[in-house]
Design a protein around this ligand. Structure first.
Ligand code: 1GP
Length: 248
């Protein structure tokens, strides 16, 4: 493992580009050949890293991850739904604790199960406080984790959660409306959270246009994630528009 390589890369992106654009590949939604084509273009389009994962996985992760690694020089970062979603074909892993929930298994259980594997394979763990925010529909992450999202009109509840993540030593906070959310995380909640922390803030879930991505950055997002929109209507042009909108 190159020590903190990916976290340093993220910090460099913030210095140089002000904000970063992360493309999420959900192995459940992406067939290998289609995935390879998409990933081949991600770097050229100007994205800053690839996230790989999802809340529910029945496909074999290894061949997809291996193909992705071969197609790009960008960091490939696992975004696991649980401790089964691991592959050595990646550079780092968002070492997520679902801090908005009160399900001990997603706060610390899955992390304990994954820790020896991560050490053995030398992936860089990036400790991340993951917060599920109500997005207008029941998302897979809500259902699978059995946790209640923070109400979207309660930024006053979200802020202290994010601050607690920082005080616990986490390196990033992820505000998640859930993949395919009807509504992305509200701008007011992003601003409130951003004002309370000094670690980078990732925002994702339900972001479907470059204009909305730009608004999330204006509100305080350091990194914007898109998944669904590219899996469904992915084109090089759209990816580039997202990257340009996020980088301003
Ligand atoms: C989900 O935040 C990501 O974990 C991305 O969501 O698929 O809705 O873009 P979308």
């Amino acid at each position: 493992m190159r020590s903190n390589w990916v976290l340093n890369h993220f910090n460099e992106v913030l210095k140089k580009r002000n904000a970063g654009y992360l493309v999420l590949i959900d192995p459940e939604q992406c067939e290998v050949t289609k995935c390879a084509k998409l990933v081949g273009e991600v770097e050229k389009a100007g994205a800053d890293a690839i996230l790989l994962g999802g809340s529910f996985l029945t496909n074999d992760l290894h061949p997809i991850a291996k193909t992705i690694k071969q197609e790009t020089a960008l960091p490939v970062v696992l975004f696991p739904g649980d401790s089964m979603h691991l592959t050595p074909h990646a550079d780092a892993i968002l070492y997520i604790s679902l801090i908005s929930g009160r399900n001990p298994n997603y706060l610390i259980g899955e992390q304990v199960k994954a820790a020896p594997w991560i050490q053995h394979h030398g992936l860089e763990p990036i400790p991340t406080g993951y917060m599920l925010i109500e997005g207008g529909n029941t998302t897979s992450v809500e259902f699978m984790s059995g946790t209640i999202p923070i109400p979207r009109d309660k930024p006053d509840i979200a802020g202290p959660h994010a601050l607690a993540a920082q005080y616990l030593g986490m390196q990033m906070v992820y505000l998640e409306a859930g993949s395919g959310a009807t509504y992305p995380v509200p701008n007011e909640m992003i601003s409130t959270v951003k004002a309370q922390i000094s670690i980078p803030l990732i925002v994702g879930g339900g972001i479907r246009t470059p204009e909305i991505a730009a608004k999330k950055v204006a509100a305080g997002a350091d990194f914007v994630v898109t998944g669904n929109v590219l899996e469904k209507n992915g084109s090089f042009e759209l990816m580039k528009e997202f990257a340009d909108a996020v980088h301003g």
